[in-house]
Design a protein around this ligand. Structure first.
Ligand SMILES: [Zn+2]
Length: 421
């Protein structure tokens, strides 16, 4: 790839990811990194730079989706009834969804599991080599649950025997195909099967074996955990990311708090609110799903502020990709955090940016507007710290930069004053 000229964003207000209010200033990008940030009347060097006039818009770090399912087929561009597609369509749909997330300002995605074994490692390699547009991706393999019969089991795509030895072998296999995160359904999902959220799908021995294998091979474990016992087992087995944690009791909260520097929690509220809001076609009965979602929402509204008080790192990300909760709508989670969890827009944005860099394993170089950080930037035509819902409108994103390159370059009109020295 030919090197891009240095870029200077001027006439912008900078939301740096810390959660502090935006400040007037300038940002310079050299190569793929932010090289300078100026405040107030200070200026960065304009030498040799293409200067972008932000016209008072907010420049902020790109967003992170902490519960991404690029292979969940439905997106804002295409409704796919159900969850299954032939392998060729599934692979291409995942690539399309990667581009859609980037179009909507998500420059990083932490995968919560896939519907195909090697789709995400392959997609990540294509994106990272510049061959396809998409976010930075922590790739995963097939979302795992133990073998069993079931109508809607995303995890039964390939064989995975029971017992600690087989579970450890599965984790090792994920390493071999280039996945970084391994997803387990520690407990079931009541939205799919009544009562399942309270059932453990793995034994303690199996999860401990998974934890040992993950540490041995340098992988991260990601767990779907509703039941209190599932949260506790996940923490004890060394899971790095836990979703939901809906029924966490006092002991589970204490365990999460004790591991707060190692663990991330994504409550995943998008899917819950979408379930409550959905008006399904007549042949699809969502009564039970809606009842469950009501219980989950009530619990999450109490749980999230409590975990936050205890210093646990919480991230937006909401299981997008279902027909009623499409990929591309991911920024809706931020509005829901403000509505349900007592976050200000700036606090929700901090969670989606600075904490996003941390969940990607790059907290020292990703997710903030700071000298030395990777240049993943959004230029917003408006102020998301005033109205976080603005990020749901991709047309409000005047520019999207990933790794120092524009995925969406500022429009010529916006760029009338730009100069190329
Ligand atoms: Zn999920």
């Amino acid at each position: 790839m030919t090197p891009s000229p240095p870029i200077v964003f001027t006439h912008v207000r900078i939301f740096d990811g810390s959660g502090a209010a935006p400040f007037a200033g300038e940002v310079r990008v050299d190569g793929n990194r932010i090289s300078a940030v100026a405040r107030g009347a200070e200026r960065v060097s304009h030498d040799n730079a293409r200067v972008i006039d932000g016209r008072g818009g907010v420049l902020m770090p790109g967003l992170t989706e902490a519960h991404a399912h690029l292979t969940w087929p439905t997106s804002v561009e295409k409704l796919v009834p159900g969850m299954s597609l032939p392998p060729e369509e599934l692979t291409l749909t995942a690539a399309r969804n990667a581009r859609i997330l980037l179009d909507h300002g998500f420059t990083s995605c932490y995968s919560a599991g896939a519907l195909g074994r090697r789709i995400e490692p392959a997609l990540k390699a294509m994106i990272d080599s510049g061959g396809l547009p998409g976010p930075r991706l922590v790739a995963s393999s097939v979302e795992r649950e133990p073998p069993k019969d079931g109508a809607l089991d995303p995890g039964k795509v390939d064989e995975h025997g029971a017992g600690p030895v087989n579970v450890a072998a599965f984790v090792k296999g994920c390493k071999d195909i280039g996945a970084q995160a391994v997803k387990f359904l520690i407990s079931g999902e009541s939205a799919l099967k009544p009562g399942a959220s309270q059932q453990l799908l793995y034994t303690e021995e199996e999860l401990m074996a998974a934890g040992e294998a993950a540490r041995e091979h340098g992988l991260w474990l990601t767990g779907h955990a509703h039941a209190a016992a599932a949260v506790k087992l996940g923490v004890r087995a060394g899971f790095r990311v836990l979703y939901h944690c809906t029924y966490a009791d006092e002991e589970a909260l204490d365990l999460l708090e004790a591991k707060k520097d190692e663990i991330f929690v994504a409550p995943s509220i998008g899917i819950i609110q979408a379930t409550l809001d959905a008006t399904p076609p007549p042949h699809f009965d969502m009564t039970h799903m809606k009842q469950d979602a009501e219980v989950v929402l009530a619990r999450q509204k109490a749980l999230v502020p409590e975990l936050r008080k205890r210093g646990v790192r919480l991230l937006p990300g909401g299981d997008y990709g279902f027909p009623f909760n499409p990929n591309g709508r991911n920024a809706w989670d931020l509005e829901l955090w403000v509505r349900h969890f007592g976050y200000t827009p700036a606090e929700a944005l901090h969670a989606a940016t600075a904490l996003g860099g941390q969940i990607m394993g790059q907290g020292d170089e990703l997710g903030q507007v700071k000298p030395g950080y990777l240049a993943d930037l959004l230029l917003v035509d408006g102020d998301p710290t005033e109205n976080v819902a603005i990020l749901q409108n991709r047309h409000a994103l005047a520019a999207i930069m990933k790794d120092g390159r524009f995925h969406k370059a500022p429009h010529e009109a916006l760029n009338a004053a730009a100069t190329l020295a």
